[in-house]
Design a protein around this ligand. Structure first.
Ligand code: 13P
Ligand code: MG
Ligand code: MG
Ligand code: MG
Ligand code: MG
Length: 372
């Protein structure tokens, strides 16, 4: 029988500010999860101010009752968040009424259905203070870069490579690329992670699903793009798929991602233990946790908190150094994001206020020409 692994996440109130989740919200979420017969198993956790519901069940992806369970769990947690006046209580629940699927309603969703193998190791990567495109670089390295993943070279079941499904979040389109054959075509798109995101990855040898992310289309609000949000990515490992250590390896070299303070800055993605996932400095730097599970007859055996390992100490140190440098740039790009990528901006108001003070240089030139 096939198993479905669903991770559904939302920020429904920060403790304190945007740094973490209050323990009472996690308790409430566990209570909600424990009452249902729908699931084979579940694990409730958080990264920063985002609650993550990791669930296994037998009902396939986009199964309405599972989405409804997650939605109602977040609603119930919101009651607690309101009582404690947590910051942004209910912030990611963008709609008032559930209508069959949490997609597009605020929460992030990553789901995959597969035949449980003889041994089924999976990693759930979860990040705070960044956007889904943050997974592009590590997923590229894991599934297409032989300098990261030696399995691509020496494992006969990986040697054919992987198929990448990429979404254009602006146009709301999808496209497939085969790696390694189409690496350069793939890279021209996924190198622009604010717009093109890797949604899922399949083994070319077996056709099996190997990875899926919470990539969602961007929403337009007040003339700017919003909806880049604290993403999740699931990676299946071993036996023809990347080894666990190959899947963890890209995070040893923190890459720069968009997010951080007010969703409007570039900063290093720092790999941390679950307990250290409380972004603090300038509401950051952005964090990623990696929780491993062995799935056994639908049960989640784990988690193993991978980035608690001291072999990631140097990555954290490097991330801190990069963070320090970027902070020194203050309100200047490239620390501050490019205009159309910022979640917040005063530009329209300031432009409006100063409209009369902007004088056309062409008018100036014309005036000078007239004098002469
Ligand atoms: P979150 O998306 O994690 O709530 O962060 C928002 C923010 O503005 C941090 O400064
Ligand atoms: Mg928040
Ligand atoms: Mg968050
Ligand atoms: Mg968020
Ligand atoms: Mg945000």
């Amino acid at each position: 029988a096939k198993i479905t692994l669903s991770v559904i996440k939302a920020d429904i109130g920060g403790f304190v500010g945007h740094s973490s989740v209050h323990p009472r919200l996690l308790e409430r979420a566990k209570e909600c999860m424990s009452k249902t017969e729908l699931l084979e198993d579940y694990h409730v956790t958080h990264v920063g101010d985002d609650i993550n519901l990791v669930m296994t069940h037998r009902h396939g992806t986009d199964y309405e009752p599972v989405h409804k369970l997650a939605w109602e769990t977040f609603l119930s947690c919101t009651e607690v968040a309101k009582e404690l006046k947590l910051y942004g209580a209910g912030q990611d629940l963008l709609s008032d009424a559930f209508s069959g699927n949490v997609k597009g309603m605020g929460p992030g969703v990553a789901e995959m259905e597969f035949e449980e193998r003889k041994s089924e190791p999976v990693i759930t990567f979860m990040a705070d203070k960044t956007e889904p495109g943050a997974w592009n670089l590590p997923l590229y390295k894991i599934f297409a870069d032989p300098f990261n993943t030696i399995g691509l070279v020496i494992d006969p079941k990986m040697h054919a490579g992987f198929r990448f499904e990429v979404h254009d979040l602006k146009e709301n389109k999808r496209v497939f690329f085969d790696a390694p054959e189409e690496l350069y075509d793939l890279l021209i798109f996924i190198g622009a992670p604010g717009r093109y995101c890797i949604k899922s990855i399949y083994s070319k040898t077996t056709g099996d699903i190997a990875a899926v992310s919470t990539t969602q289309k961007l929403n337009m609000l007040a003339g700017r793009y919003v909806g880049k949000d604290d993403p999740v990515c699931i990676v299946r490992c071993q036996s023809g798929l990347p080894a666990v250590g190959e899947a963890l390896e890209p995070f040893a070299n923190p890459h720069l991602v968009s997010g951080w303070m007010r969703g409007s800055h570039s900063g290093p993605l720092m790999p941390v233990s679950q307990k250290q996932s409380n972004p603090t400095r300038f509401d950051g730097p952005p964090r990623v946790i990696g929780l491993g599970f062995q799935i056994a007859n639908g049960k989640l055996i784990g988690p193993q908190d991978f980035f608690a390992d001291p072999s990631y100490d140097l990555a954290r140190e490097k991330a801190n150094k990069l963070a320090n440098y970027l902070r020194s740039l203050g309100p200047f790009e490239p620390h501050r994001l490019h205009l159309d990528e910022m979640e917040y901006t005063t530009m329209p108001q300031v432009q409006e206020k100063l409209r009369d003070r902007f004088v056309s240089l062409e008018d100036d030139e014309a005036a000078v020409a007239k004098e002469e």
